[in-house]
Design a protein around this ligand. Structure first.
Ligand code: 13P
Length: 254
């Protein structure tokens, strides 16, 4: 049995007041979790609020990014290390989100370093992969995603995938309201598992694969019904207690 996981990526949204209200709302609504792990990823500034508010809750929390510049202290203005995330209580961190790849030009070398730093602190990296619209229209989606997986495998070896989560987020489905169909998502998830399986079938079989891109309460159940979709990485809908809770309930019910 693979682990089921629903992650909320808050992105750069909210304030201290809305963060606390979202955390307390989720804690109250999700007092019991049945066979689904839940994680929220607030902006760095509100991780201490997550730590305080979720102390006696089964909801976990993580970061949206991490520095790739080593594990310890250093002269890297503006960066947050994996050790600091661990100190703050993070169990997960998103790596290589398409918004970071695009707006911050994150290279394959940097992403691999981020994964290494997180694993050294026993934080689970959630590696995002996914193609852009023109890649899909040109039929290149599998080639792009395979390349993104190999960026990590070729540098760190397949073994790291035994301690990671992969999120397939087609860029054209993020924040657009245009979700991949369950069949499109399943096809890519099976492909991702196949790429890893060629290197290590046991690791591939256990690798949690999340789908992300306009996941909402009304499409979550059909996505979760797919064999290789083990959960979701939710953006917009995770900022609302009702919507995020309904998505989690949809995962519990399949
Ligand atoms: P949306 O759910 O808003 O499309 O965002 C998905 C995403 O990027 C999560 O990381």
């Amino acid at each position: 049995m693979r682990r089921s996981l629903v992650v909320g990526n808050w992105k750069m949204n909210g304030s201290k007041a809305t963060a606390v209200s979202l955390l307390t709302g989720l804690k109250a609504r999700l007092a019991e979790l049945n066979a689904v792990d839940v994680c929220v990823c607030p902006p760095f500034l509100y991780l201490s609020d997550a730590n305080a508010q979720l102390a006696d809750s089964a909801i976990r929390f993580g970061a949206q990014d991490v520095s790739g510049n080593g594990q310890d202290n250093g002269a890297y203005t503006g960066e947050v290390s994996a050790a600091m995330l661990s100190d703050a209580g993070c169990e997960f961190a998103i790596v290589g989100h398409s918004e970071r790849r695009e707006y911050f030009a994150e290279s394959a070398d940097l992403l691999a370093k981020k994964v290494e730093c997180l694993l050294a602190e026993k934080i689970t990296p959630i590696l995002c992969v996914g193609e852009k619209l023109d890649d899909r229209e040109s039929g290149l989606e599998q080639q792009i995603v395979e390349g993104q997986l190999h960026e990590i495998v070729d540098r760190l070896g397949v073994q790291v995938f035994s301690q990671m989560v992969v999120a397939y987020e087609p860029v054209w489905a993020i924040g657009t309201g245009k979700t991949a169909t369950p069949e499109q998502a399943q096809q890519m998830h099976a492909f991702i598992r196949g790429v890893v399986s060629k290197l290590d079938p046991v690791i591939a079989d256990k690798l949690p694969l999340l789908y992300g891109g306009s996941v909402k309460p009304d499409n979550a159940k059909d996505l979760f019904a797919m064999q290789d979709i083990d959960g979701a990485l939710v953006g917009g809908a995770c900022l609302d207690v009702d919507s995020f809770s309904l998505i989690i309930k949809a995962k519990e019910s399949v």
